[in-house]
Design a protein around this ligand. Structure first.
Ligand code: AOF
Ligand code: ZN
Length: 365
């Protein structure tokens, strides 16, 4: 391996990615230890509650860690959480220098890990490949600093921007490869969020069944409890549960849905409907770090206008529905003038066969 510092940090990023989607509510972190131009230890964080990346790498390096250079994608922790502080472990191992991708945004750490290393006389270099390190843990950064989950809007459309026909048919718009990618995406988030309209129209399962990933929690926004107790999402075997977010007080319906296996979550009402910000706060408080918002258009429109969408993943299939009566990506009122548009930044394009996928980030409203 060509041992430039950037190449080594890139290796740490590659290791960190092995944990993506498996470490929540913890971040994915990678660590590489190099001594005299030779990699002597590597590690990544696998699962919350288990050893951090640095601990795995230090174990592998053993005595060779003394005086070595350590590359870690996130600031080593300084607190006693479910595991003891990594900064202390690095000091005890007598490492020479530490290269840190980004400062840990966790208020329990946030600079204290770096401080601990420096006060032990260890040189610390901060911010190597920082943008990439940050991108790796977007959901962690938002959740640990605001308590709210990171919301990714996912949608599949025709090239004329329609997500379903006027009769509500949407199977299928995109090709198999795109749909496989969506299942992979589902297996990396903690929850999937849909409106009850989507459940009534599609009766979706919302599992990651095409891939081998874990199934996220399913959350349905259903202000007046219209979901049928026989919905596939409630009946089908899945280790993931279903939460129904509502403002209804209908005891009989609640009891019926609970006995069908759902958890009914009473949320704050806004104009008689579920206040989405309140729902997100409740999910965030129980450790849901990331959410995939999969429609329908009413819910997507409301989330966009409330400024609750952090990232969009949009699939466009090479076909036209060909008229004005199909459903669009967002329901509800649109901006009156072009200068009222919500702008998107950091636009990235990928292709899946004939389909085009666009990833982008809505700017602050
Ligand atoms: C690191 N390396 O690999 C990870 C870190 O409850 P604990 O003990 O697992 O601590 C979780 C916190 O530790 C998490 O919120 C984040 O601030 C940091 N995670 N830190 O140095 C790692 N996973
Ligand atoms: Zn740690």
């Amino acid at each position: 391996m060509d041992m430039t510092p950037e190449r080594i940090m890139r290796r740490a990023l590659t290791l960190a990615r092995r944990g993506t989607g498996k470490t929540s509510p913890n971040p994915a972190v990678g660590c590489v230890i190099v001594r005299d131009g030779v990699v002597v230890g590597e590690g990544w964080h696998r699962k919350a509650g288990t050893p951090h990346a640095e601990v795995h790498a230090l174990r592998q390096a053993g005595e060779r860690a003394r005086g070595a250079d350590v590359y870690v994608t996130l600031e080593p922790c300084s607190h006693f959480g479910k595991t003891p502080p990594c900064a202390d472990a690095l000091v005890d191992a007598g490492v020479g220098r530490v290269f840190v991708g980004m400062v840990d945004p966790n208020p329990k750490v946030s600079g204290r890990g770096i401080g601990r290393l420096r006060s032990a006389g260890i040189e610390v270099v901060i911010g190597m490949l920082e943008a990439e390190c940050r991108r790796l843990n977007e959901p962690f950064v938002k959740h640990v600093t605001t308590g709210l989950p990171y919301v990714i809007l996912k949608a599949a459309m025709t090239m004329d921007g329609k997500t379903a026909t006027a009769k509500g048919d949407s199977r299928w718009i995109t090709n198999e490869t795109s749909r496989q990618y969506v299942h992979r995406l589902r297996s990396t988030v903690d929850a999937i969020l849909v409106g009850v309209g989507t459940v009534l129209a599609d009766d979706p399962q919302l599992t990651a069944r095409i891939t081998r990933g874990r199934d996220p929690l399913r959350v349905v926004v259903d202000s007046s409890l219209r979901i049928p107790a026989g919905a596939r999402m409630l009946c089908q075997e899945s280790p993931a549960g279903t939460v129904i977010a509502t403002v209804s007080e209908d005891r009989n319906r609640i009891a019926q849905l609970e006995s069908a296996g759902a958890e009914v979550l009473r949320c704050r009402a806004e104009l008689g409907r579920v206040d989405l910000r309140d729902l997100l706060a409740r999910l965030g408080a129980r450790g849901v770090q990331s959410i995939l918002l999969e429609g329908g258009s009413e819910l997507a429109g409301e989330a966009l206008r409330a400024g609750l969408i952090d990232k969009c993943v949009l699939f466009y299939a090479p076909k036209f529905l060909g008229g004005a009566d199909g459903l669009g990506l967002f329901g509800g009122p649109s901006a009156e003038r072009m200068n009222g548009c919500r702008r998107l930044k950091d636009v990235n394009v990928r292709r899946f066969g004939g389909d085009v996928m666009i990833e982008a980030y809505p700017e602050e409203p």
